[in-house]
Design a protein around this ligand. Structure first.
Ligand code: SF4
Ligand code: SF4
Length: 717
């Protein structure tokens, strides 16, 4: 008659099963499937924390996954995804043979037939339309080696810089803004700095759900007395632990952060010595901020003046202060400006390059840092080097003349497909139809392609709707390589089990085979992933010291330029990556054009939750689904009462793009007038609602602000 585990505060992390001294608690899978005969150390396939896991196997099947006790990343901890969500490997709908669309139906084909079909179609399209009509999408779920091969394929075989990855829809603003201010578009510090900080400022990151192992460390730090500032429209779990919660109106981060900078300067709380030595044009910045008073900004972001002032004082004085940010900072029209404004705060207060300080993006997917860093980026080559700077070295290494012009990014490729300017797209491990905003427009664009190649574990929405060819893939538990986590750590991925058929191959294999069929065999002649990695080390000098043998124990954090180098836990101590000094960034706050109206009076924020991961391709085929069967709409009880919506009742949500129905969850975690949901459930189709507004600098979609109307199902408004 008590509370079920599902409804309790338990987060199903499994720590009690690992440590129960009497054996009274154990993983059910061990009881059902047997005690593992052997364990293989690998890196989690889910979030960007990059936990090291020991994968237990019996009779060729996984029966248990344990967090690595000796890992510096997760220190013996894991979450419900990494620890329990592996059942997708044996899902009955796993793609195990290539599929080619014939008479509108995806039909079984041989491996050679699929490779020949793709090579032939690409050759014809290149001959007819040229390299600007083709593109490649890498994947955060693929290894560094696979992403490297994907972008090399785009540039060398197809002759185009039309190559991108899902960093475009999440942290492209982070990489862009931080590369501009610090010279490196990645975390400045390490997870261990969370315990060294006296203040942690979390902006737009629901870490306890989306990066649970890091979220737990932040929570523990707060409970030990570290000051915690949380900037988030919702009362997320960390807000309950926070010293100060700044519950912003969605879309107003930039205004708030600039007001904090204003207070720091106005009250003389800046680190003048640091500014003198490391920052130029401070006076220009001070002048630009003159109007960003907390009094004025309070009316914009709906945060009381005294809280803005208190947060600024706390961050500037209880040092060192460490910033953690997530997609709530980046997925906005001013996403890049938001990350720049966070970086400004760190620079103003000298919270850079010291233990316990810095600016640290919580990268969403396990290898989103790596996929863009390997060169799946239309304006950057391997090592996130601008094309103009790295072109000559890459040409010498690859023995090929490379395109000089920036290519189309993901959003531009979808736009171009819709306009008939892109004819072929190769999607590696990326369900763009399910995850891009304005789903209907995305699918319509994909359907116009003459060739859509999808490489995936399942017939995803992208594959089902528009693929001409589906190539089966190996999951990370079935292949070797490396991932790069949110603290710049490259760690090993190792095959623990065999894929279901010999056609489920690592993502680089079909790319290399098509390259060979198109006359580029010599440039794609690797026999194993270590050979690919060794080529990457040549292409990317700051990674040169990270030989596989040095990655065996917990990996290394880059820069690591030679084999005697210990790796880098902290960046920008003496100099920034581009030199001794930098410049503060200021871009005036502007409202998003996506605003509430009489027709659409609610603001919908979208995000992720603990039990499911992103598009749900993997977690949606595991027991985690029992803990969270579908997406739900969070609505404040006052709004629900006004509209006659009961907890659990189905509601219709309508935006200017479309409408969806979801069960309602009444909660005070959201403000009246604001709503929250996720897009884990392919059936719920939440991205039918999200819109076309993008970050002005990087085109990252504004998933965080959608104006919608709401009605109980059965009522037509
Ligand atoms: S939160 Fe983790 S350790 Fe605590 S009861 Fe749940 S599974 Fe066990
Ligand atoms: S916190 Fe992230 S990396 Fe760690 S187990 Fe969970 S999903 Fe995997």
């Amino acid at each position: 008659g008590g509370t079920s585990l599902k409804d309790s505060p338990c987060v199903s992390c499994g720590a009690c099963a690992s440590t129960c001294p009497s054996g009274a608690i154990d993983d059910k899978t061990v009881l059902l499937l047997g005690v593992p005969e052997r364990f293989t150390r690998t890196t989690c396939p889910y979030c960007g924390v990059g936990c090291e896991l020991d994968v237990g196997v019996k009779g060729g099947r996984i029966t248990q996954i344990l967090p690595a006790l000796d890992s510096p990343v997760n220190k013996g901890h894991a979450c419900v995804k990494g620890r329990y969500a592996w059942g997708f490997l044996d899902a009955p709908d796993r793609v195990t043979r290539p599929l080619i669309r014939k008479d509108g139906v995806l039909s079984s084909a041989s491996w050679d037939e699929a490779i020949g079909f793709v090579a032939g179609r690409l050759k014809d399209i290149l001959a007819a339309r040229g390299p600007s009509a083709v593109g490649v999408l890498g994947s955060s779920r693929s290894t560094n080696e696979e992403n490297y091969v994907a972008q090399k394929f785009a540039r060398v075989v197809l002759g185009t810089n039309n190559v991108d990855c899902c960093a475009r829809v999440c942290h492209a603003p982070t990489a862009h803004a931080m590369a501009g201010l610090f010279g490196t578009g990645a975390a400045t510090s390490s997870y261990d700095d969370l315990e060294r900080a006296r203040t942690i400022l979390v902006c737009g990151a629901n870490a306890t759900e989306n990066h649970p192992v890091v979220g737990a460390r932040i929570r523990q730090a707060a409970r030990r007395g570290t000051s915690l500032i949380v900037i988030d429209p919702r009362r997320i779990e960390l807000a309950a632990e926070a010293t100060i919660h700044l519950a912003t109106r969605p879309g107003t981060n930039v205004a708030l952060l600039q007001a904090m900078a204003h207070v720091i300067l106005r009250e003389g709380l800046a680190d003048e010595e640091f500014l003198r030595e490391r920052v130029v044009d401070v006076e220009q910045f001070r002048t630009a901020l003159a109007e960003s008073t907390p009094e004025r900004v309070s009316a914009i972001c709906h945060v009381p003046v005294d809280r803005i002032v208190a947060a600024a004082r706390l961050y500037a004085t209880a040092k060192p202060g460490l910033i953690v940010h997530g997609l709530g900072a980046t997925e906005h029209r001013q996403g890049s400006d938001g990350v720049a404004a966070l970086s400004d705060l760190a620079l103003l207060t000298g919270n850079v390059g010291k233990p316990g300080s810095g600016v640290n993006p919580l990268r969403g997917q396990n290898n989103v840092q790596g996929s863009a860093h390997m060169g799946c980026e239309p304006s950057r080559l391997t090592g996130y080097v601008p094309i103009a700077k790295g072109k000559a070295a890459h040409e010498a290494l690859w023995g090929s003349t490379l395109p000089a012009e920036r290519g189309r990014d993901l959003m531009e490729m979808i736009d171009a497909a819709g306009q008939g300017a892109l004819s072929a797209l190769w999607c590696m491990g990326y369900d763009v139809a399910q995850t891009n905003p304005h789903r209907q427009a995305t699918i319509a664009a994909l359907k116009k392609l003459e060739l859509l190649v999808v490489q995936d574990l399942f017939v995803t929405e992208t594959a089902a709707e528009a693929a001409h060819v589906v190539i089966p893939a190996a999951a990370s538990f079935e292949k070797d390589g490396t991932f790069m986590n949110a603290e710049r750590r490259v760690s090993r991925v190792r095959a623990a089990v065999s894929p279901p058929t010999s056609d489920c191959r690592p993502d680089w294999v079909p790319l290399a085979e098509v390259a060979r069929a198109l006359g580029h065999g010599e440039q794609f002649a690797w026999h194993n992933v270590e050979q690919i990695w060794d080529e990457i080390r040549v292409a990317w000098p700051p990674g040169q010291g990270m030989a596989y043998r040095r990655l065996e124990q917990h990996g290394l954090q880059w820069p690591c330029p030679d084999e005697g180098h210990p790796g880098s836990t902290l960046l920008h101590g003496e100099t920034f990556s581009m030199g001794k000094t930098t410049r503060l960034a200021f871009e005036r706050f502007t409202e998003t054009p996506e605003h509430v109206s009489e027709q659409y009076p609610f603001l919908l924020v979208t995000g992720r939750t603990l039990h499911a991961f992103n598009a749900g391709t993997m977690t949606g085929r595991t027991k985690n689904l029992e803990l969270r069967p579908t997406d739900v709409l969070d609505i404040h009880p006052v709004d629900a009462g006004r509209l006659g919506i009961d907890d659990g009742a189905h509601v219709r949500i309508t935006s200017a793009r479309g409408e969806v129905e979801l069960p309602a969850r009444l909660t005070t975690e959201v403000h009246p007038g604001e709503l929250f949901t996720t897009f884990h459930d392919v059936k719920a189709r939440v991205n039918d609602l999200t819109g076309d507004v993008r970050d002005t600098a990087t085109h990252t979609p504004e998933y965080k602000v959608t104006a919608v109307a709401l009605a109980p199902v059965g009522a037509r408004g």
